[in-house]
Design a protein around this ligand. Structure first.
Ligand code: 13P
Length: 259
């Protein structure tokens, strides 16, 4: 086995203003402390809206917290006339260490292609942060039984031309679209099927060292009640959590899955 450190990542999506963010991060820090959370057993990451990041940084720095934080998206451009966009260097200046790229909601509502997702992952990595690259199939694809092929296609298209060393540094999140925010979780076996297929594809394309290093997360209605079973799967290294990350107690309980 390998020593991939599990990652519990809370994607807040477009929820919580900076005052609410303050409240949640303080509550989360307290809940994790009450649980005697071991950050070497599970890394804890929050992904707030851009407008909350400075506030989260202030709390993390002031209280010297081990909670990490990052962003939900990033521009592929360095600077310039790109109204509404936020650059990777702006995020590193705020202490961000991770960026979600290619979430299905961005692919669907903002027309993001695999190539753009790959470019965002590249920019994130080149700026010193870790991309969490999302993939996942819609219900029609799942029903047609071509989900594994579909997901591997997304990943291979986004990572075209990457070196094994660079791929080894990213995180991949498998989020079946039909399980996002629906209360319908993929079973642990469904999650393992795709996560292991992703790892085997990485093994074929980049070799053992890379395949064994990449952390693969599951996302889609992950919650305290199903996290243990999901985390027991050999190729599931963590979760990208939406709804259940908005409450300090439930997210802390998920981070504490190993206890
Ligand atoms: P839910 O956990 O709310 O289903 O959201 C999953 C997700 O999209 C995380 O990025």
């Amino acid at each position: 086995m390998t020593n991939r450190v599990p990652l519990m990542a809370g994607n807040w999506k477009m929820n919580l203003d900076h005052l609410e963010a303050n409240h949640l991060v303080q509550g989360l820090a307290m809940a994790l402390q009450d649980d005697n959370h071991d950050y070497t057993a599970c890394e804890v990451l929050v992904l707030p809206p851009f407008t909350d990041i400075r506030t989260v940084q202030t709390i993390v720095d002031a209280d010297d917290l081990d909670i990490k934080y990052g962003a939900q998206d990033v521009s592929v451009h360095d600077n310039g006339a790109y109204t509404g966009e936020v650059s990777a260097s702006m995020l590193t200046k705020l202490g961000c260490t991770y960026v979600v790229v290619g979430h299905s909601e961005r692919r669907e509502y903002h027309g993001e292609s695999d190539a753009l997702v790959g470019a965002k992952a590249r920019k994130t990595l080149d700026t010193g942060m870790i991309p969490i690259m999302c993939c996942g199939e819609a219900l029609e694809v799942r029903r047609a039984g071509t989900h594994v092929e579909f997901v591997l296609g997304q990943i291979r298209a986004a990572l075209k031309g990457w070196s094994a060393g660079d791929v080894a540094r990213i995180v991949i999140a498998y989020e079946p679209i039909w399980a996002i925010g629906t209360g319908e979780t993929a079973t642990a076996a469904d999650a393992q099927e795709v996560c292991s297929a992703i790892r085997e594809a990485l093994r074929i394309d980049y070799g053992d060292t890379t395949a064994d290093a990449v952390r693969i997360l599951y996302g889609g209605s992950a919650k305290p009640g199903n996290i243990k079973e999901l985390m027991a799967q050999a190729d599931v290294d963590g979760a990208l959590v939406g709804g259940a990350s908005l409450k300090a107690d439930s997210f802390a309980a998920m981070a504490n899955f190993y206890a």
